[in-house]
Design a protein around this ligand. Structure first.
Ligand code: C2E
Ligand code: MG
Ligand code: MG
Ligand code: MG
Length: 280
């Protein structure tokens, strides 16, 4: 979506072209209508116990089917929704829909937890925690059935407010995870002070596990360091983007116990999620 241009100082910078800016404006306008007109849906990707290959919970992932252009990737529309602020009402919708689905599974006898992605702007809204707890209660699901996935970007602004919000969520029994871990700017030492429960190792590291050579060696050391820190801080670890048996084998050797990826299942509509049991 961004093209490379040569900047004034000769450095290559990313800057949207005129055409792209126009597409961005059009999509942003369409996004607003999309929420009103019910063009969004959620897909769910199972997170599995890597030893038993049974589903332990699911991640809700937003899908937009544009009336003219068909499915549009979150990688395209989430940034537009963040810039325009629409991510706040859109994020509310995701939270409601995910909790409603957990309730439907519950009523079908399936005890499933759901992970919901939360954008930095959404997390920074005053009253965010209150809204989350209200939503959980409105749908009558256990607080522990909801896990919020935050990115490192959400932790950068206002450290005191962030810590406070995380403490409130933890006290209420709502779980929190740090998504795409290893790609942002947070340091391992910062983790000690954050009341979160889970680290999600970004799929770029999982992918590198198979590249022979230095990238792979570095990645292996990095994953082992993350696991050591996680053990010390009593954090759970989830590996994202597992695509091959070889990656799975290596992750298991390292002691990673939970993972998700195309090897097991792509994100699917709720009705097509297999392997949910009543004993999660
Ligand atoms: P994420 O939260 O890190 O989600 C994981 C992404 O990896 C998903 O992409 C998923 O489909 C993809 N994935 C899962 N397994 C594999 C695999 O084995 N290989 C590969 N190559 N990819 C895999 P998706 O659904 O396109 O979402 C992209 C990102 O958009 C998400 O990354 C998340 O940051 C954001 N996003 C999605 N839904 C929401 C939402 O409801 N709210 C917010 N704020 N962001 C969302
Ligand atoms: Mg996520
Ligand atoms: Mg992720
Ligand atoms: Mg990711």
């Amino acid at each position: 979506y961004h093209v490379k241009r040569r900047g004034r100082n000769g450095l290559r910078v990313f800057e949207p072209s005129n055409v792209e800016q126009e597409i961005g404006r059009t999509l942003t306008r369409d996004l607003t209508a999309a929420l009103r007109e019910g063009q969004f849906s959620l897909a769910y990707q199972p997170l599995l116990d890597l030893q038993t290959r049974t589903t332990v919970k699911v991640e809700a992932l937003l899908r937009w089917t544009h009336p003219l252009h068909g499915p549009i990737s979150p990688a395209t529309f989430i940034p537009l929704a963040e810039v325009s602020g629409l991510i706040v009402p859109l994020g509310d919708w995701v939270l409601h829909e995910a909790c409603a689905q957990v309730r439907r599974w519950q009523e079908a006898g399936l005890r499933v937890g759901v992970c919901v992605n939360v954008a930095p702007l959404q997390f920074a809204q005053p009253g965010f925690v209150g809204k989350v707890l209200e939503t959980v209660r409105a749908h009558g699901i256990p607080h522990g059935a909801l896990e919020l996935e935050l990115t490192e970007g959400a932790l950068l602004a206002d450290p005191t407010g962030v810590r406070q919000a995380l403490h409130e969520l933890k006290a209420a029994g709502v779980r929190t995870a740090l998504d795409d871990f290893g790609t942002g700017y947070s340091s391992l030492s910062q983790l000690r002070d954050l009341p979160i429960q889970t680290l999600k190792i970004d799929r770029s590291f999982v992918r590198d596990l198979e590249q022979p050579g230095e990238a792979c060696q570095y990645t292996e050391v990095l994953i082992q360091a993350v696991l050591a820190v996680a053990r010390t801080l009593h954090l759970g670890v989830v590996a994202e983007g597992i695509e091959t048996e070889a990656q799975l084998r290596r992750l298991r050797e390292f002691g990673v116990t939970v993972g998700q990826g195309y090897l097991f299942s792509p994100p699917r509509p709720a009705a097509e999620i297999e392997g949910l049991s009543g004993h999660l």
